[in-house]
Write a protein that binds this ligand. Structure first.
Ligand SMILES: Cc1ncc(C[n+]2csc(CCOP(=O)(O)OP(=O)(O)O)c2C)c(N)n1
Length: 343
């Protein structure tokens, strides 16, 4: 199996560009904004302003390229590592920061934004993605659901149930596995004996495609085709994107304990943002001043979101009970009472 690739690390094309230079610049800027958030959140965690944070540096092409192939009303169902994708589909940066502060308001998508809160439960969210797409179909709408997850999630029972149901009912689901080589410290070759994760699709009766996950154009192109299949009733697709997380699993992890020397440096040479910059330069669509403007705009946007999140009145500890169900259960009422007594 040869992973789909369109854009080489040196910025030259080995296939047809799926979008024009203007769109390439827009998506480049979005990846830069994502990385700005990632670096800011990592720094804020170290300053004690956020709880544990899961960085996604290196995975920006997977997240921006796939969401670029969606319609604004399509569903996105991702994980704790998918903030760039969530933002690009309409989830505010402010809420992403709030979620990492342990503030329940971070879990609320604005009206009309079809993005679920980040799933901390590995694999559990894929079932929801299948259900959301199926519900759209049953109601006669053509919205699709894209779900993002890691290589580790493919070992969860929920993954198999979601894939099986999606295959049998031909639900409009795009399963995008960001295979970043590790599930915390568990390497990909201890996760499964299958030669490729994409091969798993065969067992569920859907196409499986492997793609260079650091190639914005390839990710966009395979997701666009999968979205088209889903939208026209041809059913789900499984995409395995080969990528790497440059940072640790989370800010509490020491990746140096399980990764080989030189592995990070090697993957930096395939950086998804550098690759698009090289392409824009080759096509006279990049200059220093524009890159600076892009970086400044991203910095301003992220700083404004931090300021807005930190300016909110703190949410009381019992608020978590209010946001769980429309009506509290008796067990929750009891727990709320215990918290008040102890607090
Ligand atoms: C059901 C469940 N089991 C275990 C965990 C603990 N856990 C958190 S992240 C993680 C690894 C997930 O790896 P992967 O799916 O490859 O995604 P990545 O973190 O690499 O993005 C584990 C085991 C969890 N959150 N949920």
């Amino acid at each position: 199996m040869e992973p789909v690739r369109i854009l080489s690390p040196d910025g030259s094309l080995v296939g047809d560009a799926p979008f024009d230079l203007e769109e390439a610049r827009r998506l480049f800027a979005a990846m830069v904004t994502g990385r700005t958030y990632d670096h800011k959140a990592t720094a804020m965690q170290k300053q004690g302003r956020l709880a544990t944070y899961a960085p996604f540096e290196g995975q920006e092409a997977c997240q921006i390229g796939s969401v670029a192939a969606l319609r604004p009303d399509d569903w996105l169902v991702g994980t704790y590592r998918d903030a760039a994708a969530m933002w690009f589909q309409g989830y505010p940066w402010q809420n992403l920061f709030l979620g990492r502060m342990g503030d329940e308001r971070g879990g609320e998508a604005p009206a009309g934004v079809n993005v679920t809160p980040p799933s901390i439960t590995v694999g559990g969210h894929m079932i929801h993605a299948v259900g959301l797409g199926w519900a759209e179909r049953l109601q006669g709408r053509d919205r699709v659901a894209l779900t993002l997850f890691g290589d580790g999630a493919t070992s969860e029972g929920d993954f198999h149930e979601a894939m099986n149901f999606a295959g049998v009912y031909a639900t409009p689901t795009i399963f995008l596995c960001q295979n970043n080589g590790f599930a915390i410290s568990m390497p990909r070759d201890r996760q499964t004996a299958a030669e490729h994760l994409a091969d798993k699709a065969i067992g569920y009766g859907m196409p499986g495609i492997q793609v260079d996950g650091n190639d914005l154009m390839a990710i966009y192109s395979v997701t666009r085709d999968a979205v088209a299949r889903a939208r026209t009733g041809e059913g789900p697709t499984f995409i395995e994107a080969l990528t790497f997380r440059i940072g640790p699993h989370t800010t509490t992890d020491d990746a140096g304990r399980y990764r080989e020397d030189g592995e990070v440096e090697e993957w930096r040479t395939r950086d998804p943002i550098d690759r698009v910059r090289a392409y824009l330069r080759l096509n006279d669509a990049w200059d220093e001043a524009w890159e600076q403007e892009t970086a400044d705009a991203a910095g301003d946007e992220i700083e404004a979101a931090v300021a807005a999140a930190e300016a909110l009145e703190p949410f009381g500890p019992t608020a978590m009970f209010d946001r769980m169900y429309a009506e509290p259960t008796s067990a929750m009422d009891r727990q709320r009472g215990m918290l008040r007594r102890d607090g």
